[in-house]
Design a protein around this ligand. Structure first.
Ligand SMILES: [Fe+2]
Ligand SMILES: [Fe+2]
Length: 442
């Protein structure tokens, strides 16, 4: 639907219809100085012809005319040009006819003959102004309608665009997820394969590797390393001694200081052999590097590269102290293991890592021992100590789960258990894992 902006500056068309030529002349003269395009017609018929071609702001028609009365003419003019302001010009005697024109032909108002010039000009100007407002209103309505339509088109297009892109993204997302799953699976399978290889060489090597990984990960977390760094250290911990799978049993179970010089020459190759094996996997380059340096000493006296202090990768320094601690704590009291490590600080180990080792070992106490060292026992609630691991779910008398299996007890959880059972008449005992013998919890 087409529409045009209205030009406020342009002069409006006005039409006077009267069968008396002298009246039309007087009117033309009256509006000579005004900013209107004045048209005149001598009859209703002629007036209608003019209206066909032009848009008029105001039409003023005499009521008494032969053939067609002013009311009839204005009624038909209304059909042709509904927005035009229509005014009827009438004598005093014809007031009733003027009222008809207003009622039937929707005339804007009537003017009585003889008119007052100034008043007439004022009325016509007022009518023209009203016409301008009507047109503006129409224009604004059209504009709003058009903008609304445009907005609807845009919104439909946008919706379509979003849908297309969502479909696209969902598809890409799925593909990416599938790839990720595949990669995760591959990684998982590869780690399982490594575990299998380590286990084949000996359960002890596998257990040692896993426990070193556990301690190292706990330390790394306490050092606020990133998730990726913790993951690298975890994998490196599990694989740090993979270079030993080709060596003799002697090398596997003896401490380095117990080895003959020939055996020692063999032994010091395992970090490089391990690095070489792991390096084959492209995404394990960082892991391979940590493995190479897990026997470097802090003072530069280690192997294979005699790296010193900060030159040794942090992950390797962590693995080194975790590795030694794991081996020491296997057959001696935990405090004694710490004492030995303590004396080697700044020589073998980075002294700054000691507190993290202590804290990590504290957290893991029981998991550090192989399953053979652990027994399950019923312990009275009053005899519980921090570090015990709950072996079976514990339920209250109401059947509510109080504490879950595998929870490592802390002083706080023990207190909670005690107060939970104090409110019952039952003297509770719960199943926990504890070391078979000789192990003291603090
Ligand atoms: Fe090693
Ligand atoms: Fe080791």
């Amino acid at each position: 639907m087409g529409f045009e902006n209205i030009n406020m500056e342009a002069s409006f068309n006005i039409l006077f219809v009267d069968d008396e030529e002298n009246i039309l002349r007087a009117l033309r003269r009256l509006f000579l100085e005004e900013n209107f395009n004045v048209y005149t017609a001598k009859s209703g018929k002629e007036g209608l012809e003019i209206i066909q071609d032009k848009e008029f702001a105001v039409i003023v028609s005499d009521q008494r005319m032969p053939e067609m009365t002013g009311t009839e003419f204005l009624l038909r003019a209304k059909e042709l040009s509904p927005n035009t302001l229509r005014i009827i010009l009438t004598g005093y005697a014809d007031i009733n006819a003027a009222m008809d024109a207003i009622n039937e032909a929707g005339a804007y108002r009537y003017i009585t003959k003889p008119w007052n010039d100034r008043e007439l000009v004022h009325i016509i100007k007022e009518a023209a102004n009203r016409y301008r407002l009507i047109k503006e209103n129409i224009y604004l309505n059209e504009l709003t309608k058009k903008q609304k339509e445009q907005l609807e088109i845009w919104s439909k297009e946008l919706e379509y665009y979003v849908q297309i892109h969502t479909i696209d993204l969902t598809k890409k997302d799925k593909e990416l997820k599938a790839l990720k799953d595949k990669l995760t699976n591959n990684k998982k399978e590869l780690m399982e394969l490594f575990d299998e290889i380590l286990t084949l060489r000996g359960k002890a090597l596998f257990n040692h590797s896993k426990r070193v990984a556990l301690i190292a990960v706990e330390m790394a977390k306490r050092l606020s390393l990133t998730t990726a760094e913790v993951e690298t250290i975890s994998v490196a911990g599990s694989l740090h001694d993979i270079g030993k799978i080709g060596t003799s049993d002697m090398l596997l179970f003896k401490e380095p200081q117990e080895l003959s010089s020939d055996e020692f020459k063999q032994y010091i190759k395992h970090p490089i052999l391990g690095q070489r094996a792991v390096k084959v996997v492209s995404y394990l380059q960082d892991v391979a590097l940590l493995i190479r340096h897990h026997h470097e000493n802090f003072d530069g006296s280690g192997f294979p590269d005699n790296l010193k202090r900060g030159k040794i990768p942090l992950g390797s320094r962590i693995l080194s102290i975790a590795d030694r601690f794991e081996r020491l704590s296997r057959n001696r009291d935990i405090d004694e293991a710490f004492k030995i490590i303590w004396h080697s600080l700044d020589k073998e180990f980075d002294s700054e890592l000691f507190i993290y080792l202590e804290s990590a070992a504290q957290e893991l106490k029981f998991s550090l021992f192989s399953s053979e060292d652990i027994i399950e026992a019923e312990i009275s609630i009053n005899d519980l100590e921090p570090g015990f691991i709950v072996a079976k779910d514990v339920y209250g008398l109401s059947g509510l789960l109080i504490i879950k299996k595998d929870t490592i007890l802390s002083e706080k959880t023990i207190d909670l258990l005690k107060s939970a059972f104090n409110h019952t008449t039952v003297k509770g005992a719960i199943s926990v894992y504890k070391k078979r013998k000789g192990f003291q919890l603090n």
